[in-house]
Each structure stands twice: as C-alpha cells, then as structure tokens.
Write a protein that binds this ligand. Structure first.
Ligand SMILES: *Cc1c(COP(=O)(O)O)cnc(C)c1O
Length: 388
C-alpha cells in the first residue's frame, strides 16, 4: 500500500541530495583527541570542542573506571524518583562553588538545560530577548516557552534597549551566548547586566565555549555577574570539560524552582552517575589546568600570527579557541575544507543556515592537546591552498 507521508520524506531526502545540502556524519574510531581516525583516515582534528584535551585524559578515564565499579552503568530512574546519586549532588555543589554562584543543577545535555530554563521561567506572558547569533538550542527553547520572542542584531545593545523599553511583559529574560559558537567573540556581559537591571529582566548566559577556558577555567562571568541574583549561568560539560551534560548555576530559589517545575529535568532518566564522577575529576583538572590554558593561548597566538596576510580569507577577531577563517562563498569554503582533508587536516566548512549567507567559513577550533607542530602544519597547508 502506498504511504503518502513516507513518499514525501523520500522526495525531501532526494531534493537535499540534489541541492548538495545533505548532511553526512563522519565516522570516528577510537578516542576523541587532536589526532583522530575519521572514516578510516588518520587526521589532525581542528573541529572538536575538547579545548583542554580532557575527553580522553588518563585522570578522567581512571575516575570512570573507579566509579563504574562502585555504581555500575545506568542511573535507573529520574532524579525525583531514585536516580539522584551522591556523585550528581557532589558535582553540583563543587560546580556552584567553582563558578561562584549559590547553587547549581546538573542536566543531561546543554540542549535540555536551555529548554528547562526558558520554558520554566517564562510562560505566555513573558518575553525573551535574544541575540540573533545565539545557539540554535536557545532559539528552540525561546520558541517552546510560548513567550514572546524578540531578537536583536548581534551585539546591538541600542536595539536591545529599545525593545526592552517597549515591552509590557511581566517577566523579561535577556539571553545570550557568552562566547558565540560560530564567531568566537565574547558577549558584553556587564553592559547586558546594566540593561537587565534597568529593565528588571533576568540575564541568562550560555557559556558552552567559555567554561574551562576563560578566567582560570571559571568561564566568562564578570565579578558583577557572579554576584547578581538576576544572572543565570550555563556551562555545558561535553566541550572543554570533556565529558557530557550541562550545569545551570544561579540563586538557590531559581535552582529549587527548576527542580520543582522543569519538565526536561523531571521527566527524564538521570544521567549515569559515573559521568558525574568523571565531571568531578574534570573540575579538578580544570582548576589546576593553567598549563593547558597557557598552551591553548600560545596556539591561538601562533595561528593568528601565522595566518596574517593569508590570501584565502581572514581570521575573525577572536581571543577564544574558536578561530573562524571567513571565506565568503559556500563553494570556496567547501573546496578549502576538502583540500585540507587531502593533506590530513580536518577543518569543517560552516555554511548557511548555521551562519548568515556569504559568510561561509572554516571553523578552526584549537585544543591544548594540539602540538605547536600541528598548528604549524595547518598554517603551512592554508598558505599552500590559497590563491597565488
Ligand atoms: C553545544 C552548545 C549547546 C548544547 O550543549 P549540549 O550539551 O551539546 O547539548 C548549547 N549552547 C551552545 C552555545 C553550544 O555551543
């Protein structure tokens, strides 16, 4: 029997393929790291978010082995039933202390944490104000919340202020990536906080790419933002922390309310407690990780110095491990990415709709796990493929 909906799916897939928009997954064997085996080829990877090289660190692997013997594999239940393990709780306390907030809550993923915060703090009578370059999970969360969703041009605080001034919403929330995931630039935290104070709004900062890296690993919060009751902080834990999950840190009342009401927290099985044990070890490594961060900083300087005057494109202004090389046309970015792969270097081409049209780029990410030789290899290859 013919099934029309299935046929439409098949036609949709065929259209994506015809337009060269079909996404393919690369197949990884072995551990994540600076050097990986992808689709059977050994390459230097410049695309992971494992900025400190913790994903396969021996101390974290040892923590996983030890926890596995103590608590097995699965959590078995949701946090509000019987799945809330001491490792989860200990991590929450250690994380809150480290980032300088009164309380914290651990989620299975950053996507779910963003969904939880926005849908729980805001309802139909609220309004969310988001930077246009915010991560997709924040866009989805704002839409799912049912609140009015207003976007301001990237970094345009004058526009944000006029939107706030016009708003009649009872609950207002300003949301921003702290380090922008496709550009690598840092949000003006104190200026956003000024606006949040002036217009009595929450300020929610998603620091997926700053936690572990900025300010001794504590992330991109300023002292004022740390101390403010209206600032809610998110760190994701699958990037620099090298494990999985996400933690929200805020005033204790915010955390208590999320435990009571956040459906993406309540109606899901707790993450395996062994992951929380790994996260405790990761937090220790981040705290003492200045040598890793120093290596990362020196890689950033080496790359930016080495690519000055490159004919292929220009590095966007960034002091973070996200170092996008702006190329422009989709086809040029894709072709550069393919040529690099032939030289054993994995650097993804990012195109629309992930970034605005005509800003296709190579999104280079650096890690403390890279060597200076890896960076030199990339610099040489980019000069080698540039038009003469
Ligand atoms: C990766 C990312 C997320 C999602 O976190 P996951 O733990 O991977 O679900 C959220 N926000 C930003 C800015 C991100 O880069």
């Amino acid at each position: 029997m013919s099934f029309a909906a299935l046929i439409r799916l098949q036609q949709g897939l065929a259209a994506l393929k015809a337009d060269h928009l079909e996404r393919r997954r690369l197949l990884l064997d072995g551990a994540q790291g600076a050097h990986v085996t992808i689709n059977g080829q050994r390459v230097v990877s410049f695309c992971s978010n494992d900025y400190l090289g913790l994903a396969a660190d021996p101390a974290l692997i040892a923590a996983a082995h030890a926890a596995l013997d103590q608590c097995g594999v699965g959590a078995g239940a949701a946090h509000l039933i019987s799945g809330h393990h001491r490792f989860h709780q200990d991590f929450e306390a250690a994380f809150a202390h480290f980032v300088g907030k009164p309380a914290a809550l651990l989620f299975s993923t950053g996507y779910m944490a963003n969904l939880a915060v926005l849908t729980t703090l805001l309802g139909r009578h609220g309004e969310v104000f988001g930077d246009k370059l915010n991560h997709a999970s924040l866009v989805d969360a704002a839409q799912f919340s049912g609140a009015t969703f207003t976007r301001y041009r990237h970094g345009d605080l004058a526009q944000l202020e006029s939107q706030l001034a016009k708003s009649g919403a009872q609950d207002k929330l300003i949301v921003s990536d702290l380090v922008f995931s496709m550009d690598g630039d840092i949000a003006p935290v104190d200026a956003l906080l000024d606006l949040a104070e002036r217009y009595d709004a929450w300020l929610y900062l998603d620091d997926a790419h700053g936690f572990g890296v900025l300010n001794g690993g504590r992330g991109g919060l300023t002292e004022r933002a740390r101390a403010s009751d209206r600032v809610i902080y998110l760190a994701t834990l699958g990037k620099a922390a090298g494990v999985s999950g996400a933690a929200v840190a805020a005033h204790a009342a915010v955390i208590d309310w999320l435990v009571q009401r956040a459906r993406p927290y309540i109606y899901t099985t707790a993450s395996p407690p062994l992951l929380a044990a790994c996260l405790l070890e990761s937090l220790r490594q981040i705290e003492v990780g200045e040598a890793r961060r120093e290596r990362l900083r020196s890689h950033i300087v080496q790359l930016r110095t080495g690519l000055a005057g490159l004919k292929l494109g220009e590095l966007m202004p960034s002091v973070t491990p996200i170092q996008p090389l702006l190329i422009g046309a989709n086809a040029d970015a894709v072709s550069a990415s393919q040529k690099l792969l032939q030289r054993g270097l994995l650097v993804p081409a990012i195109r629309t709709p992930t970034v605005p049209v005509n800003t296709a780029r190579l999104r280079i990410t650096l890690s403390a796990a890279h060597s200076a030789d890896d960076i030199a290899h990339l610099i040489e290859a980019l000069h080698g493929i540039a038009p003469t």
